[in-house]
Ligand binder design. Sequence first.
Ligand SMILES: CSCC[C@H](NC=O)C(=O)O
Ligand SMILES: [Zn+2]
Ligand SMILES: [Zn+2]
Length: 413
Amino acid sequence: MTITESPEVTRFCQYLQIKTIQPTPDYAACTQFLVNQAKEIGLEYQVVEPVEGKPSVILKLAGKDPSLKSILFNSHTDVVPVYRESWNYDPFAAERVQMEDGSYRIYARGSQDMKVTGSMYLEAMRRIKESGRQPLRNVYALFVPDEEIGGAEGMRALVETQEFKDLNACFDIDEGAISSTEKSFYFASERVSCHATFTAHGNTGHGSGFVQGTAIGKLLPIINELMEYRQSQLDELTAMSGAPMLNSGHFTTVNLTMLEGGKQANVVPATYSATFDIRITPNRDHLEYYKYLEDLAAKHDCEIDIPRREKANLATKLDASNRFMKAFLDTCDSQKRVPMEVIMPATTDARYVRQAGIPAVGFNPMRNHKSLAHNHDEYVVESEFLEGIPFYVELMLSLGNVEEIVDYKSSPL
Ligand SMILES: CSCC[C@H](NC=O)C(=O)O
Ligand SMILES: [Zn+2]
Ligand SMILES: [Zn+2]
């Protein structure tokens, strides 16, 4: 039996069909879609464009007391590229496919990462508006560009704007990850992403000789040292009990992702470079790690370039004294989600929100689901999407209704 597509699913598919694929995302069409949603739902909105061609769309669920600090629900609009030949579905058709057990899947690039979350925000706000309920605080849904390429012209630029500061936010719910287990993960901290390129210059000559002092000869000890470190971290992770994915944030990963150089097979290259994607665990000081890499380069007569450096790696302090965290955990409880704290193994835009002084928690209510972010044939189980909407309805209302603490001692009688 075919179940008719619900309007929520239709709108989700429309969002998925917009080609916000890096490196040439169609942000104009995406902005148009989000603005139309805001108008249809009856929400105030603004489009903020700190960098030309990189718009963020901000939707406002107006609270009863706009003088109070607000709550953010952040999502990114861009999606990663595809290997089209490896997909069994058109990545931008958002095809709804019925499985043998009767369930439906929606196949599309970005269905998990992270348009499903953006769609759940939109649908939750729609339901809250329709029900006539209104939170105490302003609640904003943010749709920002370029997270997948580091967010320099996306969230990092947005948090610097007056428009963002005027949101007057005090808590942010941000990108999480679909859980393949019964439990739902939440992220209060992240590893630091460090892309380091070592470049060596050396003697060239005929490929048949024993040329000394080559570029490759200088790079190899660096590659060997980092790969040995990689193995030692993997050994420690393997020795730990529990699922490796959930523990990986406690370790530093090193991956050699690019090797460049050489002009012809019989010419010893005069220049060679090796690029590593390194993710530094918050358990160690990333500034010291930058220094270690610089010293390693110097020791082997190589140049080093770390183009994007993080000033600080902040975590959101989690205890009952944070009323918003308590409201989040209470909502998990009432909505039958079992939260489990995990260190985010990759990076998200939450780091820029934290750097702006706003506590941020990454979350995704979907569980028991195959995790396919950045993978071929990315899909979402339709029922999981639909079940996530009431979760966000409750979360928006419970965070939005956290009352202001009045300090009676210092206030006049
Ligand atoms: C390092 S900037 C790119 C950000 C990206 N975030 C999600 O995949 C990541 O690679 O972690
Ligand atoms: Zn993402
Ligand atoms: Zn991603």
